[in-house]
Ligand binder design. Structure first.
Ligand SMILES: [Zn+2]
Length: 203
């Protein structure tokens, strides 16, 4: 396991909720799937300008693969590296294809009335940091096993991450980070049951 000999802050993030926090260039962010099979929607915005943020569509051409592996960075919409994967004890499925869950998605899946969503968690966390954003960037879906089949279709599979699996990212810029413990309980995205995550920040 890489680094994090000195932990500056820890965020315990209960199932279905989100958190926002600041990181400095060079800090490490360890995200742990505490009970296994729990996707984490991950956003990163540059502190200098929140309209520059981690962009999946800009990352994929830069790394020439569907999502970053250890040693790869994720890039902003201005094509600058914002985080780099420095360690990963999970099976390494970190989807970059799909939008955050939102109220419309739950209505599409037949939910009547209120349902928590990663989109709401993002904007609640940003508001807590004094940041307003009138759109929702596509998140990087950590521990998310949306499997792309050879014929171009995909299959929503349960995550194969085990309890305690983690990914460690290094911040390449001063950034505002938001994570959401995805509340998707209408299909296999979260293995059927949304659970808790932990995020640690340090050096
Ligand atoms: Zn979600």
């Amino acid at each position: 396991m890489t680094g994090l000999t000195s932990i500056r802050e820890t965020h315990e993030v209960p199932a279905r909720t989100g958190r926002g926090f600041a990181v400095e260039t060079g800090e490490l962010i360890r995200i742990t799937d505490l009970q296994g099979s729990q996707p984490v929607d991950f956003w990163a915005f540059t502190r200098a300008d929140h309209l520059e943020f981690l962009s999946c569509e800009h990352t994929k051409p830069s790394i020439e693969r569907l999502f970053p592996h250890v040693g790869d960075s994720a890039y902003t919409n201005r094509r600058r590296a914002i985080v780099t994967v420095v360690d990963d004890t999970s099976p390494g499925q970190h989807d970059m294809q799909f939008a955050a869950c939102d109220p419309t998605r739950y209505a599409e899946l037949g939910v009547e009335g209120y349902h928590e969503s990663c989109q709401e968690n993002l904007h609640t966390a940003l508001a807590g940091l004094g940041i307003g954003l009138d759109f929702t960037p596509q998140p990087w879906n950590l521990f998310t096993n949306f499997f792309v089949n050879p014929d171009g279709t995909f299959t929503i599979k349960a995550p194969e991450s085990k309890p305690g699996d983690c990914i460690v990212l290094r911040a390449e810029m001063d950034a505002t980070i938001v994570v959401s413990a995805c509340p998707q309980d209408q299909n296999l995205t979260c293995g059927g049951t949304p659970t808790d995550i932990r995020v640690e920040v340090g050096r």
